[in-house]
Ligand binder design. Structure first.
Ligand SMILES: [Fe+2]
Length: 414
Protein backbone atom coordinates (compact mmCIF):
# COMPACT_ATOMS: atom_id res chain seq x y z
CA UNK A 1 0.00 0.00 0.00
CA UNK A 2 1.11 3.52 -0.60
CA UNK A 3 2.70 5.39 2.21
CA UNK A 4 0.02 8.06 1.88
CA UNK A 5 -2.01 6.33 4.56
CA UNK A 6 0.41 7.81 7.09
CA UNK A 7 -0.22 11.33 6.02
CA UNK A 8 -2.85 13.58 7.42
CA UNK A 9 -3.20 16.84 5.65
CA UNK A 10 -5.08 18.86 8.12
CA UNK A 11 -4.24 22.43 8.36
CA UNK A 12 -4.34 25.01 5.69
CA UNK A 13 -3.86 28.55 6.69
CA UNK A 14 -3.72 31.01 3.94
CA UNK A 15 -1.83 34.04 5.09
CA UNK A 16 -0.81 37.22 3.38
CA UNK A 17 2.95 37.74 3.24
CA UNK A 18 2.78 41.50 3.18
CA UNK A 19 4.34 41.60 -0.28
CA UNK A 20 1.97 42.46 -3.13
CA UNK A 21 1.20 39.53 -5.42
CA UNK A 22 2.39 37.07 -2.83
CA UNK A 23 0.63 34.66 -0.48
CA UNK A 24 1.91 31.90 1.76
CA UNK A 25 0.05 28.64 2.20
CA UNK A 26 0.65 26.92 5.55
CA UNK A 27 -0.39 23.41 6.52
CA UNK A 28 0.57 20.58 8.82
CA UNK A 29 1.40 16.93 8.36
CA UNK A 30 2.46 14.40 10.95
CA UNK A 31 5.02 12.79 8.64
CA UNK A 32 7.92 14.43 6.92
CA UNK A 33 6.92 15.05 3.33
CA UNK A 34 7.64 17.53 0.58
CA UNK A 35 5.87 20.90 0.55
CA UNK A 36 4.13 21.68 -2.73
CA UNK A 37 1.29 23.88 -3.84
CA UNK A 38 -0.23 23.24 -7.27
CA UNK A 39 -2.38 26.06 -8.55
CA UNK A 40 -3.88 27.73 -11.59
CA UNK A 41 -6.31 30.43 -12.62
CA UNK A 42 -9.86 29.49 -11.68
CA UNK A 43 -11.69 28.35 -14.79
CA UNK A 44 -8.56 27.16 -16.60
CA UNK A 45 -6.94 23.75 -16.53
CA UNK A 46 -6.32 22.86 -12.89
CA UNK A 47 -2.91 22.93 -11.22
CA UNK A 48 -0.80 24.10 -14.14
CA UNK A 49 1.68 25.84 -11.86
CA UNK A 50 3.72 24.42 -8.98
CA UNK A 51 5.40 26.18 -6.08
CA UNK A 52 7.74 24.49 -3.63
CA UNK A 53 8.47 25.34 -0.03
CA UNK A 54 9.80 23.90 3.21
CA UNK A 55 8.56 22.17 6.29
CA UNK A 56 9.80 22.88 9.80
CA UNK A 57 9.54 20.42 12.63
CA UNK A 58 7.39 21.61 15.52
CA UNK A 59 7.65 19.56 18.71
CA UNK A 60 4.86 20.37 21.11
CA UNK A 61 6.02 20.81 24.70
CA UNK A 62 3.23 18.65 26.15
CA UNK A 63 3.89 15.27 27.79
CA UNK A 64 3.65 13.35 24.50
CA UNK A 65 6.07 15.70 22.73
CA UNK A 66 4.01 15.34 19.57
CA UNK A 67 5.87 16.00 16.32
CA UNK A 68 4.34 17.86 13.44
CA UNK A 69 5.69 19.35 10.26
CA UNK A 70 4.53 22.84 9.43
CA UNK A 71 4.72 23.40 5.69
CA UNK A 72 5.07 26.84 4.17
CA UNK A 73 4.90 27.56 0.48
CA UNK A 74 4.98 31.09 -0.87
CA UNK A 75 3.17 31.83 -4.09
CA UNK A 76 4.64 34.81 -5.90
CA UNK A 77 3.78 36.80 -8.99
CA UNK A 78 0.05 36.44 -8.41
CA UNK A 79 -2.08 38.66 -10.60
CA UNK A 80 -3.94 41.19 -8.42
CA UNK A 81 -7.65 40.38 -8.03
CA UNK A 82 -7.35 37.24 -10.19
CA UNK A 83 -9.09 34.09 -8.92
CA UNK A 84 -7.01 30.96 -8.39
CA UNK A 85 -7.66 27.35 -7.47
CA UNK A 86 -5.05 25.40 -5.51
CA UNK A 87 -4.31 22.37 -3.44
CA UNK A 88 -1.33 21.57 -1.29
CA UNK A 89 0.62 18.56 -0.13
CA UNK A 90 2.95 16.33 -2.11
CA UNK A 91 2.91 13.16 -4.15
CA UNK A 92 2.27 11.37 -0.84
CA UNK A 93 -1.13 13.03 -0.50
CA UNK A 94 -3.06 16.16 -1.44
CA UNK A 95 -5.55 18.41 0.28
CA UNK A 96 -8.97 19.32 -1.04
CA UNK A 97 -8.96 22.01 -3.71
CA UNK A 98 -9.62 25.57 -2.53
CA UNK A 99 -9.98 28.88 -4.30
CA UNK A 100 -8.88 32.43 -3.51
CA UNK A 101 -8.60 35.83 -5.13
CA UNK A 102 -5.12 37.37 -5.12
CA UNK A 103 -5.29 40.60 -3.17
CA UNK A 104 -5.81 43.75 -5.15
CA UNK A 105 -2.68 45.86 -4.58
CA UNK A 106 -4.17 49.19 -5.64
CA UNK A 107 -4.38 51.93 -3.01
CA UNK A 108 -7.82 52.72 -4.51
CA UNK A 109 -9.05 49.25 -3.56
CA UNK A 110 -11.78 49.16 -0.86
CA UNK A 111 -11.02 46.01 1.16
CA UNK A 112 -13.69 44.30 3.28
CA UNK A 113 -12.77 42.62 6.55
CA UNK A 114 -14.37 40.44 9.17
CA UNK A 115 -12.76 40.94 12.58
CA UNK A 116 -13.15 39.32 15.96
CA UNK A 117 -11.29 37.82 18.84
CA UNK A 118 -11.81 34.98 21.26
CA UNK A 119 -12.98 32.19 18.96
CA UNK A 120 -12.67 28.74 20.51
CA UNK A 121 -12.84 25.08 19.60
CA UNK A 122 -15.84 24.65 21.90
CA UNK A 123 -18.91 26.90 21.48
CA UNK A 124 -17.56 28.73 18.41
CA UNK A 125 -20.93 30.33 17.86
CA UNK A 126 -20.12 32.70 14.99
CA UNK A 127 -18.05 30.15 13.06
CA UNK A 128 -20.73 28.83 10.69
CA UNK A 129 -21.79 32.32 9.64
CA UNK A 130 -18.18 33.37 9.09
CA UNK A 131 -17.45 30.21 7.06
CA UNK A 132 -20.41 30.80 4.80
CA UNK A 133 -19.84 34.53 4.35
CA UNK A 134 -16.17 33.95 3.55
CA UNK A 135 -17.00 31.35 0.92
CA UNK A 136 -19.61 33.73 -0.52
CA UNK A 137 -16.77 36.17 -1.14
CA UNK A 138 -17.86 38.81 1.37
CA UNK A 139 -14.36 39.39 2.79
CA UNK A 140 -10.92 40.14 1.43
CA UNK A 141 -9.20 39.37 4.73
CA UNK A 142 -9.96 38.22 8.26
CA UNK A 143 -8.48 39.77 11.40
CA UNK A 144 -8.46 37.36 14.36
CA UNK A 145 -7.51 39.59 17.28
CA UNK A 146 -6.07 36.97 19.63
CA UNK A 147 -7.33 34.00 21.69
CA UNK A 148 -7.64 30.87 19.62
CA UNK A 149 -9.03 27.40 20.31
CA UNK A 150 -9.06 27.64 24.13
CA UNK A 151 -6.31 26.49 24.05
CA UNK A 152 -4.12 25.28 21.20
CA UNK A 153 -1.69 23.47 23.52
CA UNK A 154 -4.37 21.42 25.29
CA UNK A 155 -4.60 17.62 24.89
CA UNK A 156 -1.01 17.62 23.65
CA UNK A 157 -1.91 20.28 21.07
CA UNK A 158 -4.70 18.20 19.53
CA UNK A 159 -7.06 21.08 20.36
CA UNK A 160 -4.80 23.22 18.18
CA UNK A 161 -5.08 20.70 15.32
CA UNK A 162 -8.84 20.55 15.72
CA UNK A 163 -9.19 24.32 15.81
CA UNK A 164 -7.06 24.78 12.68
CA UNK A 165 -9.34 22.28 10.92
CA UNK A 166 -12.32 24.36 12.07
CA UNK A 167 -10.94 27.58 10.62
CA UNK A 168 -9.66 25.93 7.44
CA UNK A 169 -13.05 26.63 5.84
CA UNK A 170 -12.23 30.33 6.32
CA UNK A 171 -8.45 30.48 6.30
CA UNK A 172 -7.99 28.44 3.11
CA UNK A 173 -9.97 31.06 1.14
CA UNK A 174 -8.84 34.47 2.44
CA UNK A 175 -5.79 35.77 4.29
CA UNK A 176 -6.28 35.01 7.98
CA UNK A 177 -4.33 37.67 9.87
CA UNK A 178 -3.68 37.21 13.59
CA UNK A 179 -2.19 38.61 16.78
CA UNK A 180 -1.44 36.69 19.98
CA UNK A 181 -3.74 36.68 23.01
CA UNK A 182 -3.38 35.43 26.56
CA UNK A 183 -4.72 31.97 25.64
CA UNK A 184 -1.65 31.43 23.47
CA UNK A 185 0.86 31.99 26.28
CA UNK A 186 1.55 28.36 27.25
CA UNK A 187 5.11 27.18 26.38
CA UNK A 188 5.96 30.75 25.41
CA UNK A 189 3.33 31.05 22.68
CA UNK A 190 4.89 28.11 20.79
CA UNK A 191 1.67 26.84 19.20
CA UNK A 192 0.85 30.33 18.01
CA UNK A 193 4.36 31.04 16.74
CA UNK A 194 4.52 27.77 14.83
CA UNK A 195 1.05 27.43 13.37
CA UNK A 196 0.64 30.90 11.88
CA UNK A 197 2.67 32.72 9.25
CA UNK A 198 2.46 36.49 9.45
CA UNK A 199 4.66 39.01 7.60
CA UNK A 200 8.05 39.88 9.06
CA UNK A 201 10.51 37.94 11.18
CA UNK A 202 8.85 37.90 14.62
CA UNK A 203 7.10 34.51 14.44
CA UNK A 204 3.83 36.41 13.97
CA UNK A 205 4.12 38.31 17.29
CA UNK A 206 4.07 41.79 15.71
CA UNK A 207 4.09 43.03 12.13
CA UNK A 208 2.43 45.48 9.79
CA UNK A 209 1.00 45.30 6.29
CA UNK A 210 -0.88 47.42 3.79
CA UNK A 211 -4.18 46.92 2.05
CA UNK A 212 -6.10 49.54 0.07
CA UNK A 213 -5.61 52.91 1.76
CA UNK A 214 -4.85 51.34 5.17
CA UNK A 215 -1.65 50.57 7.02
CA UNK A 216 -2.49 47.83 9.51
CA UNK A 217 -0.34 47.19 12.59
CA UNK A 218 -0.67 44.02 14.63
CA UNK A 219 1.08 43.86 17.99
CA UNK A 220 1.21 41.79 21.15
CA UNK A 221 -0.34 43.20 24.31
CA UNK A 222 0.91 40.03 25.98
CA UNK A 223 4.50 41.29 26.16
CA UNK A 224 3.23 43.47 29.04
CA UNK A 225 1.86 40.48 30.97
CA UNK A 226 4.21 37.53 30.50
CA UNK A 227 7.46 39.12 31.59
CA UNK A 228 8.85 35.67 32.39
CA UNK A 229 9.28 35.17 28.62
CA UNK A 230 11.63 38.10 28.42
CA UNK A 231 11.42 41.79 29.11
CA UNK A 232 13.40 42.35 25.90
CA UNK A 233 10.31 41.42 23.85
CA UNK A 234 8.52 44.44 25.31
CA UNK A 235 11.34 46.81 24.36
CA UNK A 236 11.89 45.20 20.96
CA UNK A 237 8.25 45.58 20.09
CA UNK A 238 8.19 49.15 21.35
CA UNK A 239 11.19 50.12 19.23
CA UNK A 240 9.66 48.41 16.22
CA UNK A 241 6.29 50.11 16.81
CA UNK A 242 7.92 53.53 17.01
CA UNK A 243 9.84 52.94 13.79
CA UNK A 244 6.88 51.49 11.97
CA UNK A 245 4.69 54.46 12.93
CA UNK A 246 7.40 56.93 11.93
CA UNK A 247 7.63 55.25 8.55
CA UNK A 248 3.84 55.10 8.08
CA UNK A 249 3.61 58.76 9.09
CA UNK A 250 6.09 60.02 6.49
CA UNK A 251 4.09 62.46 4.40
CA UNK A 252 4.61 60.50 1.19
CA UNK A 253 3.40 57.27 2.83
CA UNK A 254 0.50 58.83 4.71
CA UNK A 255 -0.64 60.48 1.48
CA UNK A 256 -1.35 57.13 -0.20
CA UNK A 257 -2.25 55.11 2.91
CA UNK A 258 -3.72 57.66 5.29
CA UNK A 259 -5.55 55.18 7.55
CA UNK A 260 -3.44 53.72 10.34
CA UNK A 261 -5.25 50.87 12.07
CA UNK A 262 -3.88 48.87 15.01
CA UNK A 263 -4.96 45.52 16.40
CA UNK A 264 -3.97 44.09 19.76
CA UNK A 265 -5.67 41.61 22.05
CA UNK A 266 -6.30 43.29 25.41
CA UNK A 267 -8.04 46.65 25.17
CA UNK A 268 -6.99 49.98 26.60
CA UNK A 269 -10.57 50.85 27.47
CA UNK A 270 -13.57 48.64 28.18
CA UNK A 271 -16.40 48.53 30.68
CA UNK A 272 -16.88 44.83 31.32
CA UNK A 273 -17.54 43.50 34.78
CA UNK A 274 -15.62 40.25 34.82
CA UNK A 275 -12.85 40.82 37.37
CA UNK A 276 -10.66 41.44 34.37
CA UNK A 277 -8.31 44.21 33.31
CA UNK A 278 -11.12 46.67 32.73
CA UNK A 279 -13.27 46.24 35.80
CA UNK A 280 -12.03 49.43 37.39
CA UNK A 281 -12.02 51.26 34.04
CA UNK A 282 -8.26 51.40 34.25
CA UNK A 283 -6.86 48.65 32.11
CA UNK A 284 -3.34 47.47 32.68
CA UNK A 285 -2.61 47.93 28.97
CA UNK A 286 -3.65 51.58 29.09
CA UNK A 287 -1.82 52.14 32.35
CA UNK A 288 1.45 50.61 31.29
CA UNK A 289 1.36 51.86 27.70
CA UNK A 290 0.68 55.34 29.02
CA UNK A 291 3.80 55.09 31.13
CA UNK A 292 5.75 53.73 28.20
CA UNK A 293 4.26 56.60 26.25
CA UNK A 294 2.65 54.28 23.74
CA UNK A 295 -0.71 55.98 23.84
CA UNK A 296 0.69 59.48 24.00
CA UNK A 297 3.60 59.21 21.62
CA UNK A 298 3.63 56.12 19.48
CA UNK A 299 -0.06 56.01 18.88
CA UNK A 300 0.09 59.53 17.63
CA UNK A 301 -1.93 59.81 14.50
CA UNK A 302 -3.51 56.33 14.72
CA UNK A 303 -7.08 56.44 13.42
CA UNK A 304 -8.63 53.22 14.59
CA UNK A 305 -7.71 50.71 17.33
CA UNK A 306 -9.19 47.21 17.26
CA UNK A 307 -9.22 45.06 20.39
CA UNK A 308 -10.79 41.86 21.75
CA UNK A 309 -10.29 39.82 24.99
CA UNK A 310 -13.55 41.03 26.55
CA UNK A 311 -16.26 38.65 25.35
CA UNK A 312 -18.58 41.45 24.30
CA UNK A 313 -18.78 44.21 21.71
CA UNK A 314 -18.11 47.80 22.73
CA UNK A 315 -17.77 50.87 20.55
CA UNK A 316 -16.10 53.88 22.10
CA UNK A 317 -16.31 57.54 21.34
CA UNK A 318 -13.01 58.95 20.09
CA UNK A 319 -10.92 58.82 23.29
CA UNK A 320 -7.45 59.85 24.35
CA UNK A 321 -6.15 59.90 27.92
CA UNK A 322 -9.62 58.95 29.28
CA UNK A 323 -11.16 62.02 27.62
CA UNK A 324 -13.71 62.05 24.81
CA UNK A 325 -12.78 64.05 21.70
CA UNK A 326 -15.73 63.78 19.35
CA UNK A 327 -15.58 65.50 15.97
CA UNK A 328 -18.73 67.40 16.87
CA UNK A 329 -21.85 66.81 18.94
CA UNK A 330 -23.95 65.93 15.91
CA UNK A 331 -21.28 63.93 14.07
CA UNK A 332 -18.89 62.43 16.62
CA UNK A 333 -17.01 60.28 14.09
CA UNK A 334 -16.62 62.96 11.44
CA UNK A 335 -13.11 64.34 11.89
CA UNK A 336 -12.70 62.86 15.39
CA UNK A 337 -9.93 64.40 17.49
CA UNK A 338 -8.66 61.10 18.92
CA UNK A 339 -8.44 57.42 17.91
CA UNK A 340 -11.66 55.41 17.62
CA UNK A 341 -11.62 52.16 19.63
CA UNK A 342 -13.64 49.00 18.96
CA UNK A 343 -13.58 46.00 21.34
CA UNK A 344 -14.88 42.86 19.61
CA UNK A 345 -14.22 39.59 21.46
CA UNK A 346 -17.56 37.81 21.28
CA UNK A 347 -17.05 35.36 18.39
CA UNK A 348 -17.70 32.46 20.76
CA UNK A 349 -15.72 30.22 23.09
CA UNK A 350 -16.19 27.94 26.07
CA UNK A 351 -15.99 30.87 28.49
CA UNK A 352 -19.26 32.26 27.06
CA UNK A 353 -19.91 36.00 26.91
CA UNK A 354 -19.06 38.58 29.60
CA UNK A 355 -21.23 41.05 31.53
CA UNK A 356 -20.98 44.81 31.48
CA UNK A 357 -20.57 47.17 34.38
CA UNK A 358 -24.00 48.85 34.67
CA UNK A 359 -22.44 52.30 34.93
CA UNK A 360 -20.12 52.85 31.97
CA UNK A 361 -17.87 55.88 31.66
CA UNK A 362 -18.71 58.62 29.21
CA UNK A 363 -16.27 57.25 26.59
CA UNK A 364 -18.51 54.18 26.07
CA UNK A 365 -20.87 54.69 23.10
CA UNK A 366 -22.54 51.32 22.40
CA UNK A 367 -22.40 47.92 24.08
CA UNK A 368 -23.73 44.45 23.29
CA UNK A 369 -23.35 41.08 25.01
CA UNK A 370 -24.55 39.14 21.93
CA UNK A 371 -22.24 36.68 20.24
CA UNK A 372 -20.98 38.10 16.97
CA UNK A 373 -18.26 39.81 15.01
CA UNK A 374 -17.45 43.06 13.26
CA UNK A 375 -17.35 43.92 9.58
CA UNK A 376 -15.18 46.73 8.30
CA UNK A 377 -14.69 48.27 4.90
CA UNK A 378 -11.89 50.74 4.22
CA UNK A 379 -13.85 52.49 1.50
CA UNK A 380 -11.36 55.20 0.49
CA UNK A 381 -8.89 57.66 1.98
CA UNK A 382 -11.61 59.51 3.91
CA UNK A 383 -14.26 56.89 4.79
CA UNK A 384 -14.28 53.68 6.84
CA UNK A 385 -17.49 51.78 7.52
CA UNK A 386 -17.88 49.48 10.55
CA UNK A 387 -20.82 47.33 11.57
CA UNK A 388 -21.50 44.76 14.26
CA UNK A 389 -23.20 41.45 13.40
CA UNK A 390 -25.18 39.67 16.12
CA UNK A 391 -25.05 35.93 15.71
CA UNK A 392 -27.65 35.60 18.49
CA UNK A 393 -30.00 37.60 16.27
CA UNK A 394 -29.32 35.49 13.15
CA UNK A 395 -26.89 37.90 11.52
CA UNK A 396 -28.71 41.14 12.26
CA UNK A 397 -26.57 44.28 12.10
CA UNK A 398 -26.98 45.84 15.55
CA UNK A 399 -24.58 48.76 15.30
CA UNK A 400 -22.86 50.69 12.54
CA UNK A 401 -20.76 53.81 12.10
CA UNK A 402 -18.96 55.72 9.39
CA UNK A 403 -15.63 57.13 10.46
CA UNK A 404 -14.86 60.10 8.25
CA UNK A 405 -11.51 61.88 8.23
CA UNK A 406 -10.75 64.64 5.80
CA UNK A 407 -7.22 64.81 7.10
CA UNK A 408 -5.12 62.33 9.03
CA UNK A 409 -2.21 62.43 11.43
CA UNK A 410 -1.46 64.15 14.68
CA UNK A 411 -2.11 67.64 13.33
CA UNK A 412 -5.66 66.64 12.32
CA UNK A 413 -6.54 66.38 16.01
CA UNK A 414 -6.15 70.08 16.66
FE1 LIG B 1 -8.08 37.10 26.11
Amino acid sequence: QSSSIYITLTIIGFFFTGVPGSMVVTWTTFNKTESKVEYSFLGGRHFEMTANGDATLFVDSGEEQRHMYIHRVTLTGLKPAAAYVYHCGSDKGWSDAFFFAALNDSTNFSPRFALYGDLGNENPQSLARLQKETQLGMYDAILHIGDFAYDMHEDNARIGDEFMRQIESIAAYVPYMTCPGNHEATYNFSNYRNRFTMPGQTESLWYSWNLGSAHIISFSTEVYFYLEFGLELLFKQYEWLKKDLEEANRPENRAVRPWIITMGHRPMYCSDDDQDDCTMFDSYVLHITTHKNVEFVSFTGVDLELWAHEHTYERLWPVYGYKVYNGSKEQPYVNPKAPVHIVTGSAGCREKTDMFNPNPKDWSAFRSTDYGYTRMQVVNTTHIYLEQVSDDQYGKVIDSIWVVKESHGFSAWF
